[in-house]
Design a protein. Sequence first.
Length: 223
Amino acid sequence: MDKCTNLFANYACNVGDFSWTTLHETKRQILDSFGVMYLAFGEDAPKAARNYAYNFGFKGGSSLFGLIFYTAPKVAAFSNGVLVRYLDFNDTYLSKEPLHPSDLISGLIAAAQYKHKSGLELLKAIAIAYEISVNLCDAASLRAHGFDHVNYIVIDEACGLGRLFGLKKQEIEHAVSIVAIPNISLRQTRAGELSKWKGAAAANFCKCVICSIFDSIWYEWVL
């Protein structure tokens, strides 16, 4: 593993102090995501994502936001992620690279629900993923080189899930590599005439990260 994956994984495993302010702000971002979700519920792309999810009912799985329907965690992460992101109103972080950090929330909620993690464990995982994402945005611009900002979601989501599941540092490093190497999103998603995929790109990465954690480390069959 290289020094970057080591840095990310080490932080995810070892950060221990979570102030009241940090946890409170994390709750606010979840509420913000749910507010945007509510407004986007009837839009075409979220409907299409839900129709996709309806094909994969999974008892004991993760729920679709706003519905009593359970599906595989990675399917819920995608469908719910499209719902939160589609209107482009969820939280925005503007730095060298702009990002909607709350794009990562849907995947973490889906995984936490499936694995019966506590609310506090979920909040800590989201806070860690947020911290990594905004620091990446402060460090370097992706769009300046033709790459999309959602590539950062891959890294922070993997670290957040690693913390949520109590993975070892090396396992988190492998998860970051497994999902980052074959999944590169180009800036063309947000250039010229836009398609509905613009609101789904980050959600797709959340789905891919769950695949890397479950399928490659836990060796579980997940639809």
